[in-house]
Design a protein. Structure first.
Length: 141
């Protein structure tokens, strides 16, 4: 049982970003984080902006920041269709803070309902990015 794996695929609109067998993957679902291991019950979920944790050898091996999307889970596979994704280690604190500042400015300048919805979505993603970077920094100490 210890050597059982679940196939994890991360797909962006442009291409397959990652495909590998992992012990477990933890996804920031729309209604809360959920972990996927071999034998998981089938599930469809939205994915909110946040961090996907990829587990191997009993610990988190890598972390990816996703902008949101959808996840499909079967007993053998977890596929995340992400709007955008990148390794958390590639995001600096300055980049995250600058994105949050721009998102707040865009939110303040939004005049129409459509502009506000877009600005709110970007603000949620920017806040999640800052929180992910802060969590990474805290984990390193």
């Amino acid at each position: 049982m210890a050597d059982e794996k679940v196939e994890f695929e991360l797909v962006s609109p442009a291409k397959l970003l990652l495909s590998e067998a992992v012990e477990m993957v933890v996804v920031p679902g729309g209604e809360g984080d959920f972990g996927v291991m071999p034998g998981h019950t089938p599930l469809l979920s939205t994915v909110r902006p946040g961090t996907i944790d990829i587990w191997g050898d009993g610990k988190v091996q890598s972390r990816l920041f996703v902008e949101g999307g959808f996840a499909e889970v079967t007993a053998e596979r977890c596929t995340v269709l992400a709007e955008a994704a990148r390794p958390l280690d590639e995001i600096s604190r300055d980049q995250a803070d600058e994105r949050l500042q721009r998102a707040n400015e865009t939110m303040m300048a939004a005049e129409t309902d459509g502009e506000r919805r877009g600005a709110e979505r970007e603000l949620r993603a920017a806040e999640a990015m800052v929180a992910a970077v802060e969590s990474r920094e805290k984990d390193k100490h």
